[in-house]
Design a protein around this ligand. Structure first.
Ligand code: SF4
Length: 280
């Protein structure tokens, strides 16, 4: 590290692989030249995310530190008794993203004051899953400067960086098996990355209690397993519902970007927002 005055704050920014944190990195490039970029890499991210990070590194002209968890997802899954993470039991973010971030900060910068730049936009009203370490303070440049969703696309377009390729079929960054995915996105994963779909499927289990005869299901989605979801009739049903939702959006709104329509259609009944470490 190059910052010599130990009382001066260190500037760090997490890149999630999503459009907002990418836009913030571009936006801050010349405003805070001594920024330290990092990416919490669970090892289970989408190939498109890794590609996008390389593109961003070229634009920023500096590396994005890859922070890995001490143990892989499968290790923690055993610790949590095979309970796959879910919006109500989101153990994955703490173990695979937040812990490596705090360890990196401590090892690299000690107790120095840290300014952590967060890409929450001015048109968003959400908190995030942030570190509570006393030397880390969150900074929100988009909120302070009033930048909203359209500005993200503008900033990325103007820089020639664009949005990550997974936006063709999925709205959020994060692990390929992320439980925040919508049904249409699981179908997208199966079509774009059948090998990753199979890996996600392999984490699902069904166990019958020999005494009570009760069957316990461990699935990514509460309503159905990935084996059920991939049946051709079910896939056709999901795609039809998705297209209908998009058409409804298109009819009810002024012409919108495809990506926005996709997001709106998918977010229709979304009452749970994903975590900051993973999805900005
Ligand atoms: S992307 Fe999803 S599955 Fe991965 S750590 Fe974040 S919340 Fe968990």
């Amino acid at each position: 590290m190059t910052d010599d005055n130990i009382d001066e704050p260190v500037h760090v920014m997490g890149i999630s692989g999503g459009k907002d944190s990418a836009a913030l990195a571009v936006y801050m490039k010349n405003r805070v030249p001594d920024m330290h970029y990092f990416f919490c890499d669970t090892g289970d991210e989408l190939p498109e995310t890794y590609e996008y990070l390389t593109l961003l590194e070229t634009y920023l002209g500096k590396p994005i530190a890859r922070l890995n968890p001490d143990r892989p997802f499968s290790h923690y899954l055993k610790i949590y008794d095979n309970y796959l993470p879910s919006p109500r039991m989101r153990w994955c973010t703490a173990q695979l993203k937040l812990k490596p971030f705090e360890a990196w900060v401590e090892t690299t910068f000690g107790d120095r004051p840290i300014k952590s730049y967060v890409a929450i936009r001015a048109d968003e009203d959400r908190d995030g899953y942030l570190s509570h370490k006393p030397n880390i303070t969150a900074v929100y440049p988009f909120k302070e400067d009033g930048l909203v969703k359209d500005d993200m696309f503008r900033v990325l377009d103007e820089a020639g960086v664009g949005v990550p390729k997974y936006y063709e079929w999925r709205t959020r960054s994060g692990c390929y098996f992320c439980f925040f995915q919508r049904k249409a996105e699981w179908v997208g994963l199966k079509e774009r990355h059948p090998d990753l779909y199979e890996k996600a499927k392999a984490f699902e289990k069904s166990e019958t209690d020999p005494v009570t005869g009760e069957t316990k299901k461990y699935t990514w989605s509460q309503s159905e397993s990935l084996s059920e979801l991939e049946q051709p009739e079910r896939v056709a049903q999901i795609k039809a519902a998705h297209e209908k939702a998009m058409a409804r959006e298109a009819a009810s709104k002024k012409p919108a970007r495809l990506l926005e329509m996709f997001e709106q259609a998918l977010d229709e009944d979304d009452d749970t927002l994903p975590c900051l470490m993973c999805n900005l």
